[in-house]
Design a protein around this ligand. Structure first.
Ligand SMILES: N[C@@H](CCC(=O)N[C@@H](CS)C(=O)NCC(=O)O)C(=O)O
Length: 221
């Protein structure tokens, strides 16, 4: 039976899971959860994830929420875990991927806070423009990751890259365009964009999110 993937194209954690499913070439059915209609808070959905958040997968009768746990589970179940895999099983290689997953969260949270995403979407709040220096600092740190390899955890693609790109892509919502100041980061973004499933998993969601975000920001001009 195909995996059921409850997601929203507007949700960065959902998009990271989507990329994982595609990279592993797994069969899955997309179940759209309309966040603006609060589908995620309906009792049926809350049975799958009591936090009322996307994404969730149902694999046979196994229900799992939390995007990083889902990506790790899919790799553990469906890959050999060898050194070139998306989530290598060797102790130190895996530790580096786990570390980079946390760093991806760190960057994402800084960008999320700068854009004030939740309150901008749900309560019409403005972005926190005075926090740009924190974003610049995070991008500088991230740029340094690529001194050691083309990808976040070294020289091959891992699930850390699927989560790492989330924060960066969120900056597209406010038309951030200064990637030229971070050449390693810029090269990695291009590498990620060249993945065959990248557009399918990201483009429409980012465009829709950007349109809504821009519309909301107009109210503050
Ligand atoms: N830690 C969770 C975070 C999931 C999350 O924040 N999902 C957001 C979309 S990006 C959501 O469902 N928001 C709906 C809401 O807040 O009601 C994960 O990684 O899966």
């Amino acid at each position: 039976m195909p995996i059921k993937f409850y997601h929203s194209i507007a949700s960065p954690p959902s998009r990271a899971v989507h990329m994982t499913l595609k990279a592993l070439d797994l069969e899955f059915d997309l179940e759209n959860v309309d966040l603006l209609a609060f589908d995620q808070k309906k009792p049926e959905y809350m049975k799958l994830n009591p936090c009322g958040l996307v994404p969730v997968i149902v694999d046979d009768d196994f229900v799992l929420s939390e995007s990083q746990a889902i990506a790790a589970y899919l790799c553990n179940k469906y890959t050999s875990g060898d050194e070139k895999s998306l989530y290598p099983s060797a102790l130190k290689e895996r530790a580096i991927v786990d570390m980079m997953l946390s760093k991806a969260d760190w960057v994402y949270n800084i960008v999320y806070h700068y854009l004030n995403l939740h309150d901008a979407f749900f309560h019409g709040s403005n972005m926190r423009k005075d926090e740009l220096s924190k974003v610049e600092q995070a991008l500088k740190v991230m740029n340094g990751f690529f001194e050691k390899g083309n990808f976040m955890a070294g020289n091959h693609l891992t699930i850390a890259d699927f989560f790492g790109i989330n924060g960066v892509l969120c900056l597209n919502l406010c038309d951030f365009s200064r990637y030229g100041e971070y050449p390693g980061l810029k090269a990695w973004i291009e590498l990620m964009k060249s993945l065959p499933y990248f557009s399918e998993c990201n483009e429409i969601g980012i465009k829709i999110s950007r349109d809504i975000f821009m519309e909301k920001m107009k109210q503050h001009q």
